[in-house]
Design a protein. Structure first.
Length: 202
């Protein structure tokens, strides 16, 4: 499951918004779409990124060559580097507490509904299973980078803007869909290279 989804859900309940609807929005994302989810809880700012691997390293299949493995390693280091992905406005006095990034392929996802349906596969023809496997082999699946960040903001009430550095890090990124939960409710915005800031009080 999404690492911060439980936090989002608890805040949604507190704000009176529809938990089911927001879980659908925040708990899922489309392949080939950059996505940022965020939430504010007390003095804590939580953010998570879902980025198609093709946009970050130029391929979606599991890294097999030394060059590909190095590219994945460098991407993870860049995503975890302080100040490279998110920069809250200085007035909020936010300090990065943790940053964790990882490569995730189809086999790594533990939140897919398909995993809950494995028992049903026993009722299917073995030939159907093999056909599905052949399909997966042909398409090589999908892979993405997932990253989670936590900031402690001494002046959380002064937090107004979070600058997103993904466009600068990866020029192939052209659009990022952002969804967040604030004390006032939910918000959604789409970012582009020429509009790379999440404005909270708009």
């Amino acid at each position: 499951m999404r690492l911060q989804l439980a936090i989002f859900s608890s805040l949604i309940v507190a704000s009176g918004a529809s938990t089911a609807e927001t879980q659908r929005q925040l708990g899922s994302h489309e392949h080939a779409a950059q996505q940022i989810n965020f939430a504010i809880q007390g003095s804590q700012l939580y953010l998570e990124v879902f980025a198609p691997a093709n946009d970050i390293v130029g391929f979606e299949h599991p890294p097999s060559t030394p060059q590909q493995k190095q590219a994945v390693k460098q991407a993870i280091e860049a995503l975890e580097r302080e100040g490279s992905v998110f920069r809250p406005n200085s007035e909020a006095a936010c300090q990065l507490q943790s940053a964790k990034a990882a490569w995730k392929g189809d086999d790594d996802h533990d939140d897919h509904d398909e995993h809950d349906e494995h028992d049903e596969h026993d009722e299917h023809d073995e030939h159907d299973e093999h056909d599905e496997h052949d399909e997966h082999d042909e398409h090589d699946g999908h892979a993405e980078f997932q990253a989670n960040y936590q900031f402690n903001c001494a002046e959380i009430d002064a937090l107004e803007v979070v600058e997103v550095g993904l466009f600068k890090l990866y020029p192939s990124v052209k659009r990022i869909d952002v969804q967040g939960v604030l004390s006032e409710g939910q918000m959604a915005v789409t970012l582009h290279p020429d509009s790379n800031k999440i404005t909270l009080n708009q």
